[in-house]
Write a protein that binds this ligand. Structure first.
Ligand code: FRU
Length: 484
């Protein structure tokens, strides 16, 4: 169903319980519901929000429009976890219900202060002329999930940005709280603003300046900027919408990129000696990644596995979007690695040597070794004719390609059906997580990542080795949840 503006911004209370029941049933009937990835009971999920540790648990919210597969009046849904693998939705939400967030509780971050979780987010407000006013605002969540909003604008729209100014991330650097906010300057170029919490008071922010990270100034908007540290090195992750492909080529409608700096100089709003711009994920779906420094010392991230302005086959079932697995970020030899947290191995049940397999339930993990100087081709979600998601691992020429053109329902065709990246010409490992309609492929334990969605036909449940001689292990995974 195509949503009108009136429907997208209709008050939550004005949707009938019968309507919600109807779309919920439709969503439940989808053949593509994930087993171990977070998705919604109905409606649209987008960015991960407020990824944090609070009250002895991992806390993760997501952006939500409950009434169908559309971007409309957004709220936050709360989930929590004790292992970063099993997440439970509590239903607690941050609603768009005040004059400071009347048209959406947009993306943001969270940080524990005392016995409360501070939520720092964008209140999206439209006035009677539909002019947008972005307010960076806050709320406090207590241990019972009760939310109390802070009735004050914490950061107002600066004079040198347009109304595209959003997605505040609070972070701690050497005991001082800072925040970055994504924006668009008056020349319509994407920038990131850096703020400091005066006396470490999260209600009192002052501008330090535009973050200097050798911004190429070709994007028109930076969505969802995040800074996380590995040791002393800052990683800036961000979504530069409209980034010039001559600066760095990418296949998706909007990219999610990163740079690693040598150090962070907050007084001068500078990422010192930023490295080259690199694509965070070479697959088809990965956006709005949030990263944070966990109290246990790990640097963790989670991504939205869908993209803005793309239609998905699940739209017909009144839902869209899922979150990635939680990944740990490390730096080795100056390179970023992203790999699912160790606890993901707790999903493994039976292990078998890897081989052709006619039927799987499309819920499994593969841990493969691809010999040097070889060309391996695998088809996942394969039917009897070996049509499915094709993965070519060419260690002779140093290139990996993922092609989804023969995998069930086609979508996002304007952006092509295959993605590639280069690798070293050497023995290569591939760790592959398959979940009904999601794939996450980690090359060399996370040196390169391909994430994406596919919507296979009912008979696409096999694995075929169509070239080469990969070796390794197939693991059944069991999350403890039944899926269609
Ligand atoms: C990114 C984004 C954010 C915004 C949110 C609204 O996908 O556009 O910039 O805060 O989604 O849902």
């Amino acid at each position: 169903m195509a949503f009108t503006t009136e429907e997208r911004y209709r008050a939550y209370a004005d949707w009938s319980p019968e309507y919600i029941e109807k779309i919920k049933k439709n969503t439940e009937s989808s053949p593509w519901r994930t087993n171990f990835h977070i998705e919604t009971p109905h409606g649209l999920l987008n960015d991960p929000n407020g990824f944090s540790y609070f009250n002895g648990k991992w806390t993760l919210f997501y952006q939500y429009f409950p009434f169908g597969a559309a971007h409309g009046l957004k709220s936050w849904v709360h989930t929590e976890s004790t292992d970063l693998v099993h997440f439970e939705e509590t239903g607690t939400v941050l609603y768009p219900d005040t004059p400071l967030d009347s048209h959406g509780a947009y993306s943001g971050s969270a940080m524990e202060f005392g016995d409360k979780l501070f939520l720092f987010y964008t209140g999206n407000v439209r006035d009677e002329n539909w002019v947008r006013h972005p307010y960076q605002i806050g709320a406090l969540m207590d241990k019972d999930g009760k939310i109390e909003k802070i009735d004050k604008i914490l950061i107002d729209q600066p004079e040198d940005t347009t109304d595209h100014f959003r997605d505040p991330q609070i972070f701690n650097y050497k005991g001082q709280y800072y925040a970055i906010v994504g924006g668009q300057n008056l020349d319509k170029k994407g920038i990131v603003k850096l703020y400091k919490a005066e006396n470490n008071d999260y209600l009192n922010w002052t501008l330090i300046g535009d973050l200097d990270f050798a911004n190429d100034m070709t994007a028109y908007m930076m969505e969802c900027p995040n800074i996380a540290f590995v040791g002393d090195q800052p990683i800036l992750l961000y979504c530069p919408q409209g980034l010039d492909k001559e600066v760095l080529d990418y296949g998706n409608i909007y990219p999610n990129m990163y740079k690693i700096g040598q150090s962070f100089d907050p007084e001068n709003a500078t990422i010192v000696e930023p490295g080259e711009l690199i694509n965070l994920d070479y697959g088809f779906e990965c956006y709005a990644t949030q990263a944070f420094n966990a109290p246990d010392g790990r640097t963790l991230s989670v991504s939205w596995l869908a993209l803005p302005d793309v239609e998905y086959p699940t739209d017909a079932f009144d839902y869209q979007g899922c979150l990635s697995l939680v990944k740990e970020l490390t730096i080795k030899d100056g390179k970023l690695y992203q790999y699912p947290v160790e606890a993901i191995t707790s999903l493994r049940t039976e292990a078998q040597p890897f081989s052709n397999q006619e039927t799987t339930n499309n819920v499994y993990e593969l841990d493969l070794t691809i010999p040097a100087n070889s060309k391996t081709e695998l088809v996942l979600f394969a039917n009897k004719e070996n049509k499915g998601l094709t993965l070519t691992l060419d260690t002779e020429n140093g290139i990996i390609t993922v092609d989804r053109k023969d995998c069930g329902q086609a979508f996002a065709l304007d952006f092509g059906t295959s993605r590639s990246c280069s690798i070293d010409k050497a023995e290569t490992s591939a760790s592959i997580f398959i979940d009904k309609s999601v794939f996450e492929i980690f090359i060399n334990k996370g040196e390169k990542v391909f994430s994406g969605r596919v919507f296979p036909d009912a008979d696409q449940t096999g694995i075929a080795i169509t070239a080469g001689n990969p070796t390794g292990t197939y693991y059944h995974l069991d999350y403890g949840r039944k899926t269609n």
